[in-house]
Design a protein around this ligand. Structure first.
Ligand code: IPD
Ligand code: CA
Ligand code: CA
Length: 267
């Protein structure tokens, strides 16, 4: 195993322990609002600190980009860790056991290592560039589907950017009428991991952040899938608008998205 993946796994397990311990007494968790419908807890912060400490012990010079602490510039900017310590905070504070730790490493701007860890189910999704994706050491493959008919797609509602509600609902309607069903799980990192695992057939969401998607993106790519923005291009990290699925199905999803793109979503 790549030594940096090993450290990412170690960091995700340390954070997972912090999260699970706090989840057992979730009523005592301190919740604060950091933006519209955007919450942070003392657990997000403690889990992030545990991850940073673990990475820093082995790689003190690397840059670390995290959801809660921002950019921690290192001397060696070729290596950038991208961290969401708790993806699915709303689920966590409501007592819904569906959330994950997401850790990715970019080397010279390219995704290189990825971990999405679901500490409740003990599911560890990992990927290394060019080496495939695994769930608890079993190889993952995206489902090679061609049509929307009979598929189940995961999605997220634009609850942090409600100005996109109409565009989102138009896209949803267009896709929903063709698919078997939709899922809204509340963790984009797990949605992408589930695409990689073939548990859902595709995923789309508006307005995500780099830490929501970095690790999940490498999982999907290494499992044979395609990740794009809403125009079929590769601006999804900057725009936050993302589609992930097997290559042919992703193109079908994009056909339903395109007619509903106003200027704001056309990137
Ligand atoms: C959120 C989750 C959710 C998605 C949101 C994200 P957070 O991350 O991934 O599924 O719909 O857009 O912000 O805030 O729980 O880390
Ligand atoms: Ca997140
Ligand atoms: Ca988070």
């Amino acid at each position: 195993m790549h030594p940096m993946l090993n450290i990412a796994i170690r960091a995700s397990r340390v954070a997972g322990k912090v999260i699970v311990r706090a989840f057992e007494q979730v009523d005592k968790v301190e919740v604060q609002s950091k933006g519209t419908n955007d919450f942070v807890t003392n657990v997000d912060i403690s889990a992030e600190e545990a991850i940073i400490e673990t990475i820093r012990k082995s790689y003190p010079d690397h840059t670390i980009i995290c959801e809660e602490s921002g950019i921690l510039q290192g001397k060696d900017d070729d290596y950038q860790w991208i961290i969401d310590p708790l993806d699915g905070t709303t689920n966590f504070v409501k007592g819904i056991p569906h959330f994950a730790v997401s850790i990715a490493l970019k080397v010279k701007g390219k995704l290189d290592q990825a971990v999405v860890y679901d500490p409740i189910r003990g599911e560890l999704f990992t990927a290394s560039r060019g080496k495939g994706a695994q769930l608890n050491n079993f190889k993952l493959r995206v489902k090679p589907l061609k049509e929307l008919n009979s598929t189940v797609l995961a999605t997220g509602f634009p609850f942090k950017c409600k100005q996109h509600t109409d565009a989102y609902l138009n896209i949803f309607k267009s896709l929903f009428t063709k698919t078997a069903d939709m899922r809204r799980s509340g963790s984009a990192a797990l949605d992408l991991a589930y695409v990689a695992a073939g548990r859902v057939d595709g995923f789309f969401e508006i307005g995500l952040k780099p830490w929501d998607t970095a690790a999940g993106e490498l999982l999907v790519i290494e499992a044979g899938g395609l990740v794009t923005d809403f125009t079929g291009g590769h601006n999804h990290t900057a725009s936050g608008n993302i589609v992930a699925a097997g290559p042919r199905l992703a193109k079908e999803i994009l056909k339903d998205i395109r007619p509903h793109l106003g200027e704001a979503l056309s990137k």
